[in-house]
Write a protein that binds this ligand. Structure first.
Ligand SMILES: O=P(O)(O)OC[C@H]1O[C@H](OP(=O)(O)OP(=O)(O)O)[C@H](O)[C@@H]1O
Ligand code: HPA
Length: 179
């Protein structure tokens, strides 16, 4: 079901990016990645929880052999960043010499990626790039080179397609923005 608006907790959200547009942008990123990483057997590191849906759809569109693993680090509570950098949890692979592609649902302030990149680079990978479903250029507070953004959005709080507002809304097929 595609609703024009939804209520989550105390807030109302209106339809922002429909599923077909999301899936089309995912396909375009997957095509670029498949081309750029041909023969390199990249390891995707998907950042839980929010990126699970993007990671799943992105993997299905990859046409070159690739691996995936899931890591966790949380920096958000409620609608505002706490700005604290969290350690990587759940990385069991040896990433030395590997081509790493971080999968994120959103790069907002950039705190999460800015904290994650040096931790990963310390482990000696051959390369590290970032694929994110959404990026908010106006919100970005770090000088980050995000090579594979699927879509750029304005500085609005969004939910759906993996993204939550205090735990809810991840199951929505479309992306909604707060009214
Ligand atoms: O660029 P930033 O301002 O750091 O924001 C982006 C991060 O915030 C969200 O994670 P969150 O901590 O909410 O965890 P979740 O994925 O489990 O929802 C999102 O999944 C990114 O990881
Ligand atoms: O706009 C957002 N929505 C949900 N989670 C988020 N984490 C960072 N920004 C957002």
């Amino acid at each position: 079901m595609h609703h024009p608006s939804v209520t989550i907790h105390d807030k109302q959200f209106s339809l922002y990016i429909p599923e077909r547009k999301i899936l089309h942008s995912v396909e375009i990123v997957a095509t670029r990645l498949s081309h750029d990483y041909r023969g390199k057997r990249p390891l995707f590191l998907s950042v839980l929880n929010g990126a699970f849906m993007f990671a799943s759809d992105l993997m299905k569109e990859m046409s070159t052999p690739c691996e995936i693993s899931f890591i966790r680090l949380a920096s958000y509570s409620d609608m505002h960043s706490t700005g604290k950098v969290k350690e990587i949890m759940g990385l069991n692979e040896d990433i030395r010499g590997r081509h790493i592609i971080i999968i994120e649902d959103i790069v907002d302030t950039g705190h999460t990626i800015a904290g994650l990149l040096p931790q990963l680079r310390q482990k000696g990978p051959a390369s590290v790039e970032v694929a994110t479903l959404l990026i908010k250029p106006e919100s970005l507070q770090h000088n980050l080179a995000i090579k594979y953004p699927a879509m750029s959005i304005a500085n609005d709080f969004v939910v759906g397609y993996g993204l939550d507002y205090n735990g809810l809304g991840r199951n929505l097929r479309d992306i909604y923005k707060v009214i």
